[in-house]
Design a binder for this molecule. Structure first.
Ligand code: COS
Length: 379
């Protein structure tokens, strides 16, 4: 067992950290406040190979391991968790799925430009009536010669407004539960496809989230991914990997909260001494550091298991539920340590608390992660 990063992983960490400091830090409070999508920053991330990190090089990716991806996600999310989620959806929900389940036609047409970051992808599974109960969907795709005619509504779609293509799960056969679900890739520009207004969110405000509407959209048959009926397993196995990415986003938020807390508590003087001299503050910092390190180890363990081809879904769930709860706790403590200064936008730490909350909800709530973990224990 080796707990050290390889030289390649260290280089990824340094590159992502420098990029975050030089390109993401400036304007992050303003982008959050005014919901400004980080267009230039995302294209620079693409130039660094961060949009298709785990995709083979022959399909335009960087051919890196999952730990490298987790490291980059942590460093990006430490400064801007909105950029983190845009990156995470493209990498772990879209590129990973196309790389694993797409045929060469799909990989050439869709995966390569998405992995290079020339195009952006989105993933749409949830519907107004189906969130945790993901197979309870209504979106339906009926066959019509060389096409499927797709109709329905998807919601909570990150990148929905800015994407070029979207993964869509739809029933191709009704009344047989999850076995009737299939997976498609759909061009954003296709007739009958439209997006709702951007949601007004508590956090990750410079990423976009919206509803998608499909009104008799004619999807070519070759855009079916895998076979008819494979869709639900494709969705759940992709979310297993996605949860490692979101855990890494949560880790970045938690680490940012600790870094800010250390900095501020050493600077802030009350009763003629820095507040860091108080054991009450020291114990908060110690708890944060301990839980953050435990999150990181859980994430790397899940990532390693994934790359070794082991059954890792429950480990991804452990990493996500733990890291997201640590992000929420650490960011709340960070605001507390900053006192009144923590509660105003300019200081930038209340954003950590707002951004942390979603990591306990999307790509499977903390409750669903515990269902996955318990099922593994009891099987
Ligand atoms: N990978 C691949 N296949 C999986 C899987 C996984 N991680 N988990 C379950 N499956 C398979 C099962 O083996 C089963 O196949 P068979 O019928 O052939 O045996 C099938 O999928 C259905 O599994 P199950 O009956 O366990 O499904 P449930 O409907 O009970 O759902 C949970 C299980 C709750 C874990 C799942 O629905 C879930 O993760 N929900 C949250 C969804 C989510 O994260 N939404 C956010 C989306 S972000 S847009």
């Amino acid at each position: 067992m080796d707990f050290n990063l390889t030289s390649e992983q260290q280089l990824i960490k340094q590159t992502a950290a420098e990029f975050s400091k030089e390109e993401l830090l400036h304007g992050v409070v303003d982008r959050d406040k005014n919901k400004i999508w980080p267009k230039d920053q995302i294209s620079k991330m693409a130039n660094l190979g961060f949009m298709g990190m785990m995709v083979e090089e022959k399909w335009g990716g960087s051919g890196l391991d999952t730990i490298s991806y987790c490291i980059a996600m942590e460093e990006i999310s430490k400064v801007d968790a909105s950029a983190g989620v845009i990156m995470s959806v493209n990498n772990s929900l879209v590129c990973y799925l196309l790389n694993k389940y797409g045929n060469d036609f799909i990989k050439k047409k869709y995966l390569a430009p998405l992995a290079q970051g020339n195009k952006l992808g989105a993933f749409s599974l949830s519907e107004p009536q189906s969130g945790s109960d993901a197979s309870n969907m209504k979106t339906y795709a009926r066959i019509d010669g060389g096409h499927y005619i797709l109709s329905g509504t998807k919601n909570w779609v990150t990148n929905g407004i800015h994407c070029d293509s979207v993964i869509v799960f739809a029933l191709t056969e009704k009344n047989i539960g999850h076995k009737g679900i299939s997976c498609f890739i759909v061009d954003k520009s296709i007739e009958g496809f439209s997006t709702g207004k951007p949601e007004e969110k508590l956090g990750i405000r410079s990423s976009d989230t919206c509803e998608l509407y499909f009104d008799n959209v004619r999807v070519p048959k070759e855009n079916l991914i895998g076979k008819e009926g494979d869709g639900f397993k494709i969705a759940l196995s992709t979310l297993d990997g996605g949860r490692i990415g979101i855990a890494s986003q949560a880790l970045g938020i938690a680490q940012a909260a600790l870094d800010a807390s250390i900095r501020y508590s050493k600077e802030r003087v009350q009763f003629n001494k820095p507040i860091s001299a108080n054991q009450g503050i020291q114990f908060k910092l110690a708890d944060m550091a301990m839980e953050i390190e435990a999150s990181r180890l859980l994430i790397y363990k899940a990532a390693l298991a994934k790359d070794k081809g082991e059954d890792y879904g429950h480990m991804a769930s452990m990493a996500k539920v733990f890291a997201s709860e640590v992000a929420m706790k650490s960011s709340t403590q960070c605001v507390q340590i900053h006192g009144g200064y923590g509660y105003i936008k300019e200081t930038g730490v209340e954003r950590l608390m707002r951004d942390a909350k979603i990591t306990q909800i999307y790509e499977g709530t903390s409750e669903i992660q515990r269902v996955v973990i318990a099922r593994e224990l009891l099987k």
